[in-house]
Design a protein around this ligand. Structure first.
Ligand SMILES: *Cc1c(COP(=O)(O)O)cnc(C)c1O
Length: 379
């Protein structure tokens, strides 16, 4: 099986997968305690007692949708900062659930402009919330969350963060970025298994959001109330995935916490950027904007068939992602999960070999096509 250099699902530790090898009764005390411990550990990572953690069944988007639907009241309006597809996904969610929204968009290789944000907020008093993606996994760009938060709070508005691909590694302490709510999932920097997401919200803001959600299953307030009432999930929980995430948090602690994890990811990124550059793959982002989560690369000059490259890499046991940029062909290499700088070095070697094989394949194709044209090949 390949090593996943993809930002979710990603490569996990054997201990984490082993923790899922057990059946739990969801209404039994053991599981209630497990859920309770997990919720407390998530709050501890976020760093403030004003917060509560509300797990949600499903992938990360379920948490983002529950956050927007519950925290933005039907009478509210959310300004969504967009510089990639996850920002656009929040726009699509608001359109579907009928929340009033506005969009402040910039290019995929630029970060949101805080002066423009400030102007928009002062011009539109109906805006109650600002929603932003901390690391846009489309490109890997790091949005300046602390600076954006400052602007939002100075204007007296509330902040909602999609911290899906950053929570557990980069997310600043709640003292620095006092958001109303933040959405993330088990299967990115926390290196758990996929299928469990969560929102971390300020208790007072969540209490005030009673009856706000347009969805039953994604009502964050009701989900929270169920946990508070008897420690149980409203609907069938992904029991094994909950247990695996608890184990993944042990491994995060053993590694030295979020700082140590970020450092490992940073080393992964720098190995892959440098190695790919030497092979002729230019990075889409300058180094200072590239969060240590995922790197986006341009195809090398000349002919390049991503499908063939992907296939060759897979044969060498590495899985990477196609690009997600709207304007340019690209592909992405994830730096998160149970992968280490030595894996990244192996990946760069595999990429060199895959590139050679693609070029050989192309030469053969060219030779074949021209031979066929000249009538030297009979089918
Ligand atoms: C992965 C991710 C999501 C959620 O995607 P799912 O496929 O639903 O897990 C949302 N936002 C960002 C920034 C992400 O990286």
């Amino acid at each position: 099986l390949p090593l996943l250099l993809t930002p979710g699902p990603l490569s996990t530790a054997p201990e984490v997968r082993a923790a899922a090898n057990h059946d739990w009764g969801s209404r039994e005390n053991d599981f209630i305690e497990l859920t309770d411990r997990l919720r407390r550990r998530l709050v501890a990572l976020a760093g403030s007692r004003e917060l509560v953690a509300v797990p949600i069944q499903g992938s990360g988007t379920f948490a983002v949708e529950s956050m927007l639907g519950t925290m933005v009241p039907p009478t509210g309006r959310v300004l969504i900062l967009v510089n990639g597809s996850y920002g656009r996904r929040m726009v699509e969610i608001c359109r579907r659930i009928g929340r009033s929204y506005r969009v402040l968009e910039c290019e995929e290789d630029c970060v949101p402009n805080t002066s423009a944000l400030e102007r928009l907020l002062s011009k539109d008093p109906l805006i109650t919330h600002v929603a932003v993606v901390e690391v846009e996994t489309t490109s890997g760009i790091q949005n300046p969350l602390a600076e954006i938060a400052q602007t939002v709070f100075s204007a007296g508005r509330r902040l909602l963060v999609d911290a899906m691909s950053s929570f557990g590694a980069l997310t600043p302490h709640h003292d620095v970025v006092p958001y109303d709510a933040l959405a993330a999932s088990s299967n990115k920097c926390l290196e758990g298994l996929p299928g469990l997401a969560f929102v971390i919200a300020k208790k007072d803001a969540l209490s005030a959001a009673v009856g706000s959600a347009p969805s039953l299953s994604l009502d964050l307030h009701d989900q929270w109330q169920a946990f508070e009432k008897n420690g149980q999930w409203r609907f069938t929980p992904p029991t094994q995935i909950v247990a695996a995430l608890d184990r993944a948090l042990d491994l995060l602690e053993a590694e030295g916490g979020t700082k140590a994890r970020t450092l490992r990811y940073r080393n992964n990124l720098s190995v892959v950027r440098k190695g790919m550059d030497e092979l002729g793959f230019r990075a889409f982002l300058p180094e200072h904007l590239n969060a240590p989560i995922i790197a986006t690369f341009h195809p090398p000059p000349g002919e390049f068939d991503f499908e063939a490259f992907h296939r060759e890499l897979l044969a060498l046991r590495f899985a990477i992602y196609p690009g997600k940029l709207t304007t340019k062909p690209s592909f992405r290499v994830g730096c998160i999960g149970q992968v280490f700088p030595s894996d990244m070095r192996d990946f760069v070697n595999a990429a060199a070999a895959a590139l050679d094989r693609c070029r050989d394949g192309e030469m053969r194709n060219l030779a074949y096509r021209s031979a066929k044209k000249d009538g030297r090949v009979v089918l």
